[in-house]
Design a protein around this ligand. Sequence first.
Ligand code: NAD
Length: 310
Amino acid sequence: LPKTVGWIGLGAMGFPMAANLVKKLSNDTQFFVYDVVQDFVDRFVKEGGERVHACTSAKEVADKSDVILSMVPEGSHVRAVYLTPDTGVLASDIEAKILIDCSTIDTGTSLAIRDETASKHPKARFYDAPVSGGVVGAEKGTLTFMLGSSESNQDIQFLKTLLSLMGGNIFPCGGSSLGLTAKLCNNYTSAMISVATSEAMNIGITAGMDPRVLANIFHTSTAQSAICDDWCPVPGISPDAPSSKGYKGGFRVGLMKKDVGLAVDTAKRLGVKLALGEPGLGVYEGAARDPRCEGLDSRVIYRFLGARED
Ligand code: NAD
């Protein structure tokens, strides 16, 4: 395992993921961290102790670390992290270092950065490794990693060992950008199940059914899903779901809008026909800009669809 680790992006996911590495890697591993928000860097350095060092750019992180991980919101941010002249990761003399981007972004951006890495630094390797499991999974170290690599890749054992410190399930998806493809397929499915569950529950409730009875029927029938069981969009069904806490916590509707949009774009690029893509995306776009829903858990689409919450 590396003696120096770099981390770029200390937000809702990046902070607890990096904290797990600090906790689980040996005492002689040093950490170099950067975020555009100085407060996040200061708090991470304070909590991480003397093995954690603040950096003032992505390049400085790359200069000082053997392996560099990033966790930022969108493709534009990933481009900024890696490609900004003078201060980006690729401005550093990274030689044969390993770069791992865990952000959920479009496959085109990820492949462009992989190619730019290979052309500037032929011995360095760039991997996409997006995650599923949310902030709770990041804190508990139980994330699922979808890795843009094959099982036979030269770095696979290293990647599995390092990533397993943040999550138990690591799936090599076959090659560059296929980790991202897998992540977008998962979130597209989950997003559409949420829409269908919200709409179906709304039909039943409006017709006079008790939503708890309907949820129990789903649970034991073909409409069963993790969305219905653990993340029910209807308040008061799953006690620990964000919907039962005013849609606070969970996975922000703006992030789900981004991921559904990326899945729809990927399908278009591949020539794959989608029946649910555009209308489903419209639901998330509408909810993300609706003042009653903005910034809340994505299952708030139930509220956006005009359903009763009492
Ligand atoms: P966030 O907005 O909480 O954190 C992102 C961090 O990146 C922020 O601290 C921001 O300041 C920093 N940042 C932005 N641009 C930067 C730059 N150029 N250099 C350095 N730092 C920069 O977002 P998040 O919830 O942590 O999500 C990050 C990624 O993980 C997204 O792609 C998201 O889709 C994905 N994801 C999120 C969840 C979740 O539950 N939140 C779950 C799975 C995957």
